[in-house]
Design a protein around this ligand. Structure first.
Ligand code: CMX
Length: 135
């Protein structure tokens, strides 16, 4: 069911400042900055080859990520994302084992238009998990 680690996602209060910090301290470059309107985030990726680091800041005041920043004003790790063969298949399999899918049941998409879904942190040792269907 799990095809690999896609990315680790960090919420930051200021995406441009975060990018500058990663460049200065780690020599890492972020790719193009984009907005995912559905998810309410402005985001960019550091591509590490075998996985990515996702940097996200809220793109609107009612973004779920803005709520995260209220609790963690300096930002921090928000979730990690596992690539799966299909989101529907993984959600069905996880549900059969008692895991709780989050959201209102409507299909969600990442910034690349790929299907995604979120699994309650209680089902992965306290960590929020995104699953992503690679196209
Ligand atoms: N880490 C740990 N726990 C978290 C969490 C986090 N980052 N975010 C939420 N939770 C917990 C909540 O405290 C809550 O716990 P309890 O049930 O024990 O109270 C539980 O998870 C459910 O959270 P919720 O806010 O009640 O549930 P919702 O369905 O309203 O929303 C979520 C959940 C995670 C989808 C939403 O809060 C969120 O963060 N959405 C943004 C998702 C995101 O990162 N999208 C970016 C995609 C980028 C792209 O690829 O394009």
């Amino acid at each position: 069911m799990i095809a690999g680690l896609s990315h680790v996602s960090i919420v930051v209060p200021d995406l441009n400042a975060a990018a500058a910090k990663l460049k200065e301290t780690w020599g890492l470059d972020i790719g193009e900055i984009a907005v995912n309107e559905q998810q309410g985030v402005r985001l960019a990726y550091v591509d590490l080859g075998n996985a990515k680091i996702e940097l996200m800041e809220p793109s609107r005041a009612d973004s779920p990520v803005a709520k995260f920043l209220e609790k963690n004003p300096k930002g921090g790790i928000h979730h990690f994302c596992l690539a799966v063969d299909t989101v529907d298949g993984a959600a069905t399999s996880l549900g059969q084992k008692g895991a709780q899918m989050l959201g209102d049941g409507k299909p969600q998409k990442n910034v690349h238009g790929e299907r995604i879904a979120f699994v309650h942190p209680k089902d992965f040792l306290g960590a929020l998990v995104e699953i992503e269907e690679k196209t």
